[in-house]
Design a binder for this molecule. Structure first.
Ligand code: PRX
Length: 648
């Protein structure tokens, strides 16, 4: 039903960006980018206003991306200090605990006080401008203080999602040579404690790089080990340090943060974002996509460990002086109505979540939603994976009472913020369509042979971006060559997203999913290569191949084909052990859904694993296996198909 459309509601007729305004601004952003971006840059407070706008080359020998390079600013000042005069008593952050009895709100003035002290604590343990600080935190306000404190003193934060394992933390500490870690005694999710400090201790032991100091926030009061001289309590240091800390003037292109994300090969990459362009992009997209208004209560349900939390819990909303809600818990605790209970309690106006959560809650029926007052809601957002039209409609009709537009925002860790999304006052909505490019963004399609497809009319292919935008990542930390190889070598001259897309006859963009070996599990990105290397690290495993398969709630599930060493017979224990192996190497989000033991894998005569066939078998599309005659042992395929059928 390509023509199913939802009109712009009356309540958005006076939105910041109307259909006419979108057209004008988009055209200007492409035709006169320098003038457009110079104007947009005024949304930030600059210590030195930039004269230069951009200097970009995607060429192999000269890959560089610079925006506003002669500008000087401080990201923390922009998110905190500059609001003090007019919004000092406005709520900056609302914290809602895992336990519904706990909540807490702080004003911009209080935020300023907390962040300044936190920044001085970081200085007290030895952190200097340019140092990398690993942040491994639960969803508590101190996670935001820590990020902003780093930004204030010019340190580069690397937030590691609290669900990652000690091995994963260690890998990230080593990769960016981080001398410092900020963590908490414990996190809490769904009523269960998560031993964050213990994980950090284990990670530090395993890391090759030596961590000099750990700053620990007391959250649950759990007993934790302390290493004298290395570990420091935040609440103790906070009493010792000064309440004043001047923000460090930073060049626009100075690094703001590193965030590790999975690719189709090797270890996760450190995506590097810099100060001016990233902050501008986070603030601008937060304002336009969510039609931000001063009185909004904005709730993004992501974890700060992912880019969504960076851009739409912390940097975007706070740069705009918004009230941003941070939720410690999970959608289903203590009951399946938790999200809506929180919406009613804090009078949330703008709610931004992932399709996986919507699908999970949809299964619980309408009652948990309908029993709470959602009259405060005016806009809904979706992020992280393609949203199926059925989930879209449920979100729109049941959650939003048919009244709230749904913005399906397509973007990536690499892009800093939204690149393709409807704007609620500018576009009629089509369920499941990411719709139209943000200002300055030029999407295009290329076929597998590298040929550019026509710029108008219906087309489907690999999604690339022509040219840069301020929020684009600048490099892979410590590996500029890999930056080129990953994003610019496939279709030279363009940024390759790794996604497939379709443009319909009305010019709407639809994201069809990854076209590389990256999985999207509940909106979390995971490389098949990472899961494979965790599996083959087990002494019993000879070989493993991992693919995705459609999963009703998670979007994609993890399907592992495993060959054990010669002579070994798989048992239930082996299966449990392998699942545990992956959890401990990566984290719970990477737990395999299916382990399919097989005596061999389909390979070409030259020994290459035929992933295409494995994918089709995992998806249950046995009629689409294609030509299997080139395989070294074609009969393997039949036995895999049999095995798959048994597991359905
Ligand atoms: O495949 C796309 C999917 O998530 C990938 C980016 O993952 P990550 O860097 O972890 O960032 C997630 C939050 C932005 C993309 O390459 N993706 C993200 N948003 C959408 C999406 N796919 C379809 N529709 C979306 N709205």
């Amino acid at each position: 039903m390509a023509d199913e459309r939802v009109a712009i509601p009356q309540s958005f007729k006076d939105a910041r960006i109307t259909p006419e305004r979108y057209r004008q601004m988009y055209e200007r952003s492409i035709a006169e980018p320098a003038a457009f971006w110079r104007e947009e840059a005024r949304r930030l407070d600059w210590i030195k206003t930039p004269e230069k706008v951009s200097d970009v080359s995607f060429a192999k020998d000269d890959l560089h991306i610079r925006w506003f390079e002669d500008g000087v600013l401080n990201a923390c000042h922009n998110c905190v200090d500059r609001h003090l005069e007019t919004r000092g008593n406005k709520t900056a952050l609302i914290w809602e605990g895992d336990n519904p009895a706990y909540h807490h709100a702080i004003t911009y003035r209080q935020l300023h006080n907390h962040v300044c002290r936190f920044a001085n604590e970081l200085k007290a343990i030895g952190v200097k401008k340019g140092d990398r600080v690993t942040i491994y935190m639960p969803m508590i306000l101190e996670a935001a203080y820590a990020m902003l404190a780093c930004a204030r003193i010019g340190a580069v934060h690397s937030v590691v999602f609290g669900g990652f394992s000690p091995d994963a933390i260690a890998g990230r500490i080593d990769d960016c040579k981080s001398d410092f870690v900020v963590t908490a005694d414990q996190g809490v999710r769904g009523g269960k404690g998560i031993a964050l400090k213990d994980n950090v201790d284990a990670a530090i032991e395993r890391a090759s790089h030596e961590v000099k100091a750990v700053l620990v926030v007391k959250h649950t009061g759990a007993n934790v080990k302390f290493v004298a001289g290395r570990d420091h309590w935040h609440h103790e240091l906070a009493l010792e340090v000064d309440a004043r800390c001047d923000p460090e003037p930073m060049a626009a292109e100075d690094p703001l943060f590193i965030l590790y994300t999975s690719g189709s090969t090797g270890k996760p990459k450190g995506v590097l974002h810099t100060t001016g362009g990233y902050l501008l992009w986070a603030a601008m997209t937060h304002e336009y996509t969510f039609d931000h208004r001063e009185e909004d209560v904005f709730w993004c349900t992501a974890d700060v460990g992912w880019v969504t939390g960076h851009s739409y819990i912390v940097y975007g909303p706070l740069a705009n002086g918004a009230t941003s809600l941070m939720f410690e818990g999970v959608p289903t605790y203590p009951g399946p109505d938790r999200f809506w209970r929180v919406v009613a309690k804090h009078r949330v106006t703008t709610f931004y979540t992932a399709p996986t959560a919507i699908r999970a809650l949809m299964r619980q029926g309408e009652e948990p939603v309908k029993k709470h007052d959602r009259s405060s809601l005016r806009l809904l957002g979706s992020v992280g994976e393609p949203i199926n039209p059925e989930a879209w409609r449920w979100y729109h009709e049941v959650v939003g009472e048919g009244r709230c537009p749904v913005v399906d925002t397509w973007w990536q860790t690499e892009t800093g913020g939204h690149l393709i999304t409807p704007l609620p006052g500018a576009h009629e909505l089509k369920p499941g369509a990411a719709s139209f490019p943000m200002f300055g963004v030029r999407p295009a399609l290329v076929d597998n042979g590298g040929k550019r497809l026509p710029e108008t009319g219906e087309a489907e292919g690999n999604l690339v971006l022509l040219g840069s935008w301020p929020g684009q990542m600048r490099t892979v930390y410590g590996d500029h060559q890999r930056f080129y190889e990953t994003y610019f070598s496939t279709y030279p001259g363009t940024y390759f997203t790794g996604d497939g897309a379709r443009r319909d006859a009305d010019g709407y963009w639809w994201i069809t999913g990854r076209v590389d070996d990256v999985l999207n599990i509940s909106g979390h990105r995971l490389g098949t290569a990472e899961v494979e290397s965790a599996l083959v690290a087990h002494p019993l495993v000879a070989e493993a191949a991992v693919v995705g398969f459609p999963h009703e709630v998670k979007g994609q599930g993890i399907y592992c084909y495993v060959t054990l060493n010669a002579g070994l017979e798989p048992t239930q224990e082996t299966e449990a052990e392998l699942k545990q192996q992956v959890r401990s190497e990566i984290g719970a989000i990477a737990t395999p859904d299916i382990i399919h033991f097989t005596p061999s894998l389909p390979k070409t005569r030259s020994g290459k694993i035929m992933r295409r066939i494995l994918r089709k078998i995992a998806e249950g599309r046995y009629d689409q296996l294609g030509d299997t005659s080139t395989l070294a042992e074609p009969e393997v395929v039949d036995s895999l198909v049999e095995g798959r059928k048994e597991r359905l």
